[in-house]
Ligand binder design. Structure first.
Ligand SMILES: [Zn+2]
Length: 325
């Protein structure tokens, strides 16, 4: 039997050791190369996109001046790492740790690895998640001759049972729930990409599915009545999970394997994912699932390039300073 790709040396093309042994200047050069891949690291103006810039570096951080619009900028200007406080080497190390963690990494763990505060690590993880999300923002899947699998995974809203049996409530009743229970719906194209979104119930997700799956796609689901409304638009194949995981050529195992990655992240890493951020964690796990067979150096470059393409984070840049103010 041939060796699994991830066990081979070809799957390891970058390491924490390699990044941490970079000098400041080499770390900046590496970041520039992944941020500006088209020019092999030569600066491109963050404001007007012109690619002829002077080097006006005075301190440790490179600075450039655009010869067209005269604006000064650094390699992180206008990116997710704008207004950074750590060294660029630490950010590169964070990307390595983040892409290597196939089931995700908790902010506490990343904070310990990099010796930074929990808050700094939490914001950094969310920025990297934001970068990953950019790749599938607004994208659709499927099309003629293509097959997608659709399924939902309920999570959150746990209500702790009271200690004494006589004090316990019926947690199945809507009146006794806390409204935090949500469903992650995954649309996964066979041989393609994964699109995720979060809804209060599977019923609420069908318009989203219709918007994100191209006409002419064959859609596989389980036999929940929720999916009946998709029949008018797609060729459906439905599997009765009480009979088999895959039956009569209908199968949702790809969607299920995405859910097991998300469950492992929830139970094994984060322990509790707030419903406010669930969509971000789901998108992160979709990205990891889609790129699971790529060398870690490729993932590192991909996330670095996405950091460069992302605008400054509205939700996470200066988050704690804003809260304190
Ligand atoms: Zn310019």
């Amino acid at each position: 039997m041939s060796q699994h790709f991830l066990l081979s040396s070809a799957a390891r093309t970058i390491s924490l050791r390699a990044v941490l042994s970079l000098t400041d200047a080499d770390a900046w050069k590496l970041f520039q190369r992944i941020r500006w891949p088209a020019t092999d690291g030569m600066p491109v103006c963050a404001k007007c996109g012109y690619d002829r810039c002077y080097d006006v570096t005075r301190g440790a951080t490179p600075r450039f001046r655009c010869s067209a619009c005269r604006k000064d900028f650094s390699p992180t200007s206008g990116t997710l790492f704008a207004y950074h406080k750590l060294s660029i080497r630490d950010y590169l190390a964070a990307i390595v740790l983040f892409v290597n963690a196939v089931k995700g990494i908790s902010a506490l763990q990343l904070g310990r690895d990099l010796d930074i505060s929990f808050k700094a690590a939490w914001v950094l993880c969310h920025k990297l998640r934001e970068a990953m999300t950019l790749e599938m923002k607004g994208a659709s899947v499927g099309g003629a001759g293509k097959t997608v699998e659709v399924d939902g995974m309920y999570t959150g809203g746990h209500i702790r049972p009271a200690n004494h049996k006589e004090d316990r409530i019926d947690r199945r009743l809507a009146a006794n729930q806390n409204g935090k229970r949500k469903v992650v719906v995954a649309i996964r194209e066979r041989g393609g990409r994964t699109v995720t979104a979060v809804f209060p119930s599977e019923d609420a997700s069908t318009d989203f599915i219709k918007a994100r799956v191209a006409k002419g796609t064959v859609v596989h689901t389980d036999e929940a009545t929720t999916w009946d409304s998709l029949r008018a638009r797609f060729k459906m194949r439905q599997v009765n999970h009480s009979v088999a995981y895959s039956h009569d050529d209908a199968c949702t195992n790809l969607a299920e394997s995405f859910f097991s990655r998300l469950r492992r992240a929830e139970w094994g890493q984060h322990h509790c994912i707030s419903d406010a951020y669930l969509n971000r964690y789901a998108a992160e796990m979709g990205w990891r699932e889609d790129h699971r067979r790529q060398p870690n150096g490729t993932l590192f470059n991909r996330v670095g390039a996405l950091v460069g393409q992302s605008a400054m984070s509205v939700d996470f840049t200066g988050r704690w300073q804003r809260k304190a103010a």
